[in-house]
Design a protein around this ligand. Structure first.
Ligand code: NAD
Length: 479
């Protein structure tokens, strides 16, 4: 049995007192490894080491940070298949999804490496003759990164790269379901020679997350996870006016107009809703379709959905693998049953075997039903008809969430109207709701989050602006 230590300030460490958690393969519950768990005392040790290391790191020239990130990118690229294989076992994703986690991380690391030379202050016009007025952009210090289970590698990697590129140190807490992928990330930084103390990876439970959020020396909590946890983190962080960047849940509408290519609409809906068993924050769980093509669409959608192979994700042709835990299966099933009780009809699916939930289509879904508003986080989509574009936008916006959205139509004017009117951080015209690129601003509005994880957004979040003036002559004061 593999036993994994955690990464405390650059040293591979056993838990003390000993605390081990089994890392399980969600498809059959078999044990992949035993993982030493960090505890609250480790959080403070990691932060003390980080403070020392960051004091040096912040003074390094951009080329040092740039080459570190480029080295890690190359190491990950070399290890893509190993890491993807671990993700298949640990996160229950298929191999393509596992590879995506690594490819995106590599692209992000290279984009961030380029940013290192462009993290700039600015000069500002001033009323004081001859004076210079400027801003310095300074790192915050030590950043906490808290990651979810669903895309555990890439979402951890993006936070770590953002922190290090901007001159910060970072403590990462992975999900209790997916510790090993985060430890593989630590291995890559270790191999690349990251100075000790700059990165700790502390697998553990919510207590470790809470200790990080509440620690006085953490300056920013970069969190991806559920809206419920995000809200609680924001409340805790408010006590010390700590910064938060929150990437949270979503119920993402896919609007399908009456002029679309039906096959493409089906492909877009099926991929958007069922990719990684629907355990995707951007999943197209809310299909809004023009009433004139509703019946034909539903008929074909059922046919395609029933053709998706469900089962062990290590088999190449499996599309729908397991949910992360039996608790998730029961929660998804409860949501489907509640929807049926409220008057929705199960057009297909609605059953499970072990951890695998059948891809499920709910029709006759109206906006007064809970299922229309809930993030189910499983392979479940709802279909609701609309009569015109105004109703489509109103149905899309009837949500506490506002992460991603998409509209399919050949009419660019209608598409742009939707793009302008929709309350979401991201709108994709003639594409899926599930899109992410290192150079594009990723994030949501309303209960879907606060802040943007890519582009300049992360630089603003992870640095402090300081205004500096240099007088060229003595000031004349009024008294
Ligand atoms: P979760 O909120 O249950 O847990 C996320 C992380 O927070 C875990 O590491 C967990 O241990 C930690 N945590 C839990 N309680 C905490 C607390 N009180 N203080 C500090 N840390 C705490 O989320 P999950 O089930 O792992 O992930 C699924 C959710 O994440 C979904 O809602 C999904 O939409 C969302 N998500 C959002 C994005 C995005 O970019 N917007 C991406 C992926 C997932």
């Amino acid at each position: 049995m593999q036993i994994r230590q955690f990464f405390l300030g650059g040293k591979w460490t056993d838990s003390s007192p000993r605390k081990i958690q089994l890392d399980l393969n969600p498809v059959d519950g078999s044990t992949i490894a035993q993982v030493h768990q960090a505890q609250e005392s480790d959080v403070d040790r990691a932060i003390q080491l980080a403070l020392k290391a960051q004091a040096i790191w912040r003074e390094q020239g951009p080329s040092v940070r740039e080459s570190m990130l480029l080295n890690v990118a190359s190491i990950l690229e070399r290890r893509t298949e190993d890491i993807a294989a671990v993700l298949v076992k640990e996160a229950g994703c298929n191999l393509g999804n596992g590879m995506y986690n690594v490819f995106h991380s590599v692209g992000d690391l290279r984009a961030k490496a380029g940013d290192c030379r462009r993290i700039c202050g600015e000069t500002i016009p001033t009323e004081s003759a001859g004076a210079i007025s400027l801003t310095l952009r300074e790192p915050l210090g030590v950043v906490a990164a808290i990651a979810p289970f669903n895309f555990p590698f890439v979402l951890a990697s993006v936070k770590v790269s953002s922190a290090l590129a901007t001159g910060n140190a970072v403590i990462l807490k992975p999900s209790e379901y997916t510790p090993i992928s985060a430890l593989l990330l630590a291995e890559a930084y270790d191999e690349a020679g990251l100075p000790e103390g700059l990165l700790s990876v502390l697998p553990g439970g919510n207590d470790v997350g809470r200790a990080l959020v509440n620690h006085k020396d953490i300056k920013l909590v970069a969190f991806t996870g559920s809206s419920r946890t995000g809200k609680s983190i924001a409340q805790s962080a408010a006590a010390s006016l700590k910064r938060v960047c929150l990437e949270l849940g979503g119920v993402n509408p896919l609007i399908i107009m009456d002029d679309v290519d039906m096959e493409y609409a089906i492909d877009t809906a099926v991929f958007g809703a069922f990719n990684h068993q629907g355990q995707v924050c951007m999943a197209s769980s809310k299909i809004l379709i023009h009433e004139s093509i509703h019946d034909a669409f539903v008929e074909k959608l059922i046919e395609r959905t029933q053709s998706l192979k469900v089962g062990d994700p290590s088999q190449a042709d499996t599309v729908i693998g397991p949910l992360i835990s039996q608790d998730s299966v029961l929660a998804v099933h409860a949501a489907v049953q509640k929807a049926e009780e409220a008057g929705a009809s199960i057009a297909c699916g609605g059953q499970y075997e072990g951890a695998c939930y059948q891809p499920t289509i709910l029709i006759n879904v109206h906006q007064d039903m809970p299922i229309f508003h809930e993030e189910v986080f499983g392979p479940v989509l709802t279909v609701t008809p609309f009569s015109d574009i105004g109703e489509a936008v109103s149905l899309a916006n009837n949500s506490d969430y506002g992460l991603s959205s998409a509209v399919l139509t050949n009419d660019i004017n209608k598409a742009m109207l939707v793009a302008r009117k929709i309350d979401a951080g991201m709108v994709h015209i003639n594409g899926t709701t599930v899109q992410c690129e290192p150079q594009a601003p990723f994030g949501g509005v309303k209960m879907s989050g606060l802040g943007r994880e890519s582009t300049k957004g992360y630089i603003d979040q992870m640095t402090e602006i300081k205004w500096v003036t240099i007088a060229s002559q003595p000031s004349e004061y009024p008294f």
